[in-house]
Design a protein around this ligand. Structure first.
Ligand SMILES: [Zn+2]
Ligand SMILES: [Zn+2]
Length: 478
């Protein structure tokens, strides 16, 4: 791994910090008011007066709100900051690239899929409606029609099952996992069309079996078949995976489906980010001068500059002025995408139960991983002990213990997902943050008990204690 899941925070100027605070307060206001899509929060002048800031600071705040897909500034008469329907798309795509950058292995990816997708299949079997059944059958028909037409994509039905689970967190995380699988499944040219056809036909028959079980409401069959199917997916990926070939893929047209409804700057920013990734993500190198990039991507200087702002916001790259300047590749930082995803999920009438189910799957999976790696245990003792002490005064605030646990378990996908969950969890339990010492002590005691079980190599007991702990925490959800 080249970097921890949380990159060091950048040193922001006082103006930038101020803008970030205003953006956050605007976003909180939108959430508290039930996300009124289409409503105008205020004109630029009104907002400037309200927050008592310069035009520059307000514009920076608005830019952040726009980047988080929460609002957009509309110019002209009746203009102002308009609330928009949240869109997790750009953040999803950014996180996929980030996970690839971290060096997520096929094993890490499949381990995460094994924790979350069978759960989604089970929930889908319990919740499926006639409408969902139609969608699933249409998906199977499409897939059958596409057999023999090309490489293994194997995504639509998995993403659909995630959606039909009725749990928005599972839906979003499945989407990330399937997109990442697709990036890893770009098969070598030497893979013969026959073997691709055999693999896609095999996957299709698995899908049929899983979907029949979901439609029949047979949750355990759906779950078991999905687990077995993922076994064959992993085998295929491990056999056929090639490292991303060095050098940019040239002449790739922007994908029209993804461009739809997106601002041009977002489309360009994504293409640049993909190209930086395909180029091997050379941190510190210059990806191109402004003039080069205007030419290469066939856009105006203004559109490119707007795209560069997005890349800077996600700390993908930074424009360096002056001689020898250009777009400088940076180590990516997922903070902005994590925040966008948490905001998006907040809009999906999420319940504490939804979040707990996914959190439980992830955290129990991490404990299982830790128990399988006894050499990690000595390091875990020190780090987790320190985390317990730090969190003791503030109860669950920061969730340092849980974050450290996920980090030590060594699966970057799970650690990242837990960060998104924690961001949401913190938002919803803020009023219940244990101010009293008794709750703080209790949390500390439970964390210590979980750690003791891990150190004793007793994964099952650690998992039991974690499960009980998460159930108790859900009571604080509001
Ligand atoms: Zn599949
Ligand atoms: Zn805890």
């Amino acid at each position: 791994m080249t970097a921890g899941p949380v990159a060091a925070a950048k040193a922001d100027s006082p103006e930038e910090k101020r803008a970030a605070r205003i953006a956050r307060s605007l976003e909180d206001e939108i959430i508290d008011r039930g996300w009124p899509v289409g409503e105008v929060l205020g004109s630029e002048t009104e907002l400037r007066e309200r927050f008592g800031v310069s035009r520059a600071v307000l514009r920076e705040a608005v830019r952040l709100v726009e980047h988080h897909q929460v609002g957009r500034m509309r110019r002209g008469p009746n203009g102002g900051l308009v609330v928009v329907a949240p869109d997790a798309g750009p953040a999803t795509r950014a996180l996929v690239i980030y996970l690839e950058y971290l060096g997520t292995s096929v094993e890490d990816l499949l381990a995460a899929r094994l924790l979350l997708e069978p759960l989604a299949a089970r929930l889908a079997a319990e919740a499926v409606t006639e409408e969902g059944i139609d969608a699933l059958r249409a998906g199977l028909t499409d897939e059958e029609a596409g057999l023999g037409a090309g490489p293994v994509r194997d995504d639509a039905l998995h993403t659909l099952l995630g959606k039909l689970s009725g749990n928005p967190v599972l839906g979003l995380f499945t989407d990330v996992l399937i997109r990442l699988t697709y990036r890893y499944a770009r098969t070598s040219r030497r893979t013969s069309p026959d073997s691709v056809l055999a693999a896609t036909t095999d996957a299709h028959s698995w899908h049929r079996g899983i979907i029949e079980a979901v439609i029949a409401g047979d949750a355990s069959a759906a779950e078991t078949r999905l687990i077995e199917h993922l076994g064959s997916v992993e085998e295929w990926l491990l056999t056929h995976r090639v490292r991303t070939p060095p050098g940019r893929r040239s002449g790739r047209p922007p994908a029209p489906a993804e461009a739809h409804g997106q601002k041009l700057a977002e489309v360009i920013a994504e293409r640049i980010q993909l190209d930086i990734a395909d180029d091997g993500w050379k941190v510190g190198s210059v990806f191109g001068s402004e003039t080069d990039l205007v030419e290469r991507y066939g856009v105006s200087r203004a559109a490119l500059r707007e795209a560069v702002r997005l890349l800077e916001h996600h700390s993908v790259a930074r424009m360096r002025r002056g001689p020898g300047g250009g777009l400088l590749v940076e180590a990516p930082d997922p903070t902005a995408s994590i925040r966008t995803m948490a905001l998006y999920l907040d809009h999906q009438s999420l319940t504490g139960q939804d979040l707990r189910l996914v959190r439980e799957a992830i955290e129990l999976g991490c404990l299982g991983n830790l128990a399988k790696a006894p050499d990690l245990v000595p390091a875990a003792a020190g780090l987790l002990g320190a985390a317990i002490d730090r969190a003791a005064d503030g109860g669950e605030s920061g969730d340092v213990f849980h974050a450290k646990l996920a980090e030590l378990a060594g699966n970057p996908v799970l650690a990242l997902f837990l960060q998104i969950i924690t961001e949401l969890w913190t938002r919803h339990s803020r009023a219940e943050r244990p101010a009293d010492a008794a709750t703080g002590d209790e949390v500390r005691r439970v964390h210590q008990a979980i750690l003791d079980a891990v150190l004793a190599g007793d994964a099952a007991l650690a998992q039991h204690r974690m499960r009980r702990h998460l159930q108790a925490l859900t009571a604080w959800w509001q």
